[in-house]
Design a protein around this ligand. Structure first.
Ligand SMILES: Nc1ncnc2c1ncn2[C@@H]1O[C@H](COP(=O)(O)OP(=O)(O)O)[C@@H](O)[C@H]1O
Ligand SMILES: [Mg+2]
Length: 333
């Protein structure tokens, strides 16, 4: 009974829902998470939307820590701004421990500049994602991420690669500094350095290595097609189709597995009237375009509901459709 796309997703532990703003990511991700929970899988829904729409849709005040919503369903909302502040504070604290006091002021200034640079929010969010995947994932059968609009999410998911390269560079730089230090001590005599200074007990190098290891682990996880999958939500309109097509190609490039595409807000067959008939004709063109754009991925249609989808009852109704719904024209890989 279950559609190919839903079946595929229910066999994965880590799911990401993405798509252009307003297409129904939060709605579909929440309905999916609830369906997963109702089947008996302990499910954690994680939202990174600063607009708190998950709280609205679940009719519950969510926080940065998992909260139980119904049997087997927990939800949390990560605030990107707050994450950046916490991340920066942590980096400052760590650096304060390992940098000579005379340099501390300059280093702090550099970090404050980094705080407002593009990418700071992504690094902080990514750090949080990594921790959720490392620790919280152990307590759940499935973690469902309701991610921010496409551009943002893509940068986030491509970060393990960028970050690994970046950190590898920092590590080799740091090692060179250590080697120079050793050479200097050899030349100047044993008393010149502050005790032994092997790579092994260099705190900066240790932190960098830890981070590198974590990024690599996350990278392994998000690219493991048996464990993770990325589902897109799109609507039958021109711009969302274009943007999502680009996003899918980008994820393919980063070898992040794309599970398929939910086409949301499809006019239901029972909707009648001349106006709707004309809309349906326009829609048919876009549905063909979607089938062609995502031909190698499973596609599933989600009908436009009569009212906004709010509350557990409405989400369950939508979840039933996700579970058994008519699938689109797209074929499986
Ligand atoms: N299938 C649907 N039928 C009716 N309303 C929907 C449907 N999907 C989403 N909506 C409504 O559209 C609005 C935006 O959905 P939302 O999930 O918040 O989008 P996004 O997370 O992509 O920004 C919400 O008011 C939601 O209730
Ligand atoms: Mg949303």
């Amino acid at each position: 009974m279950t559609s190919a796309l839903t079946q595929h997703l229910l066999q994965r532990r880590t799911l990401f829902f993405g798509g252009k703003g307003g297409v129904g990511k939060t709605t579909v991700a929440s309905a999916f998470a609830l369906m997963s929970a109702d089947r008996g899988d302990r499910t954690l829904l994680v939202s990174t939307d600063p607009a708190h729409s998950t709280s609205d849709i679940l009719e519950r005040e969510l926080t940065g820590e998992p909260q139980q919503v119904v049997d087997n369903l927990w939800a949390m909302e990560i605030d990107p701004e707050h994450e950046v502040d916490a991340y920066i504070a942590e980096v400052k604290a760590r650096i304060a421990d390992s940098v000579p006091p005379r340099l501390a002021g300059e280093v702090e200034r550099q970090i404050d500049i980094a705080r407002i640079s593009p990418g700071a929010e992504e690094s902080a969010l990514f750090d949080r994602f990594t921790r959720i995947l490392e620790h919280e994932a152990r307590d759940y059968d499935r973690v469902v991420f309701d991610t921010a609009p496409t551009g943002h999410t893509l940068r986030l998911l491509s970060l393990p690669e960028t970050m690994t390269a970046w950190i590898t560079g920092l590590i080799s730089h740091r090692k060179k500094v250590n080697i120079l230090g050793r050479m200097w001590r050899n030349v100047a005599g044993a008393g010149a350095g502050a005790g032994s200074h092997d790579d092994m007990d260099d705190p900066v190098l240790r932190v960098l290595n830890e981070r590198k290891h974590r990024f690599e682990e996350t990278r392994k996880l998000v690219t493991d097609a048996k464990r993770a999958s990325f589902a897109f939500v799109v609507i039958p309109e021109r711009l969302p189709i274009l943007e999502t097509g680009k996003a899918v190609r980008a994820l393919d490039k980063y070898r992040i597995p794309v599970g398929g595409v939910f086409v949301n807000r499809v006019l239901p067959d029972h909707a009648e009237g001349e106006f709707l008939q004309r809309r349906r004709e326009r829609e048919a063109g876009y549905l063909d375009e979607i089938a062609a754009t995502f031909a190698t991925h499973p596609i599933q249609h989600v009908p436009l509901m009569e009212a906004d989808v709010v509350g557990v009852k409405a989400l369950r109704e939508l979840g039933m459709v996700l579970g058994s719904g008519e699938s689109g024209v797209g074929s499986e890989k």
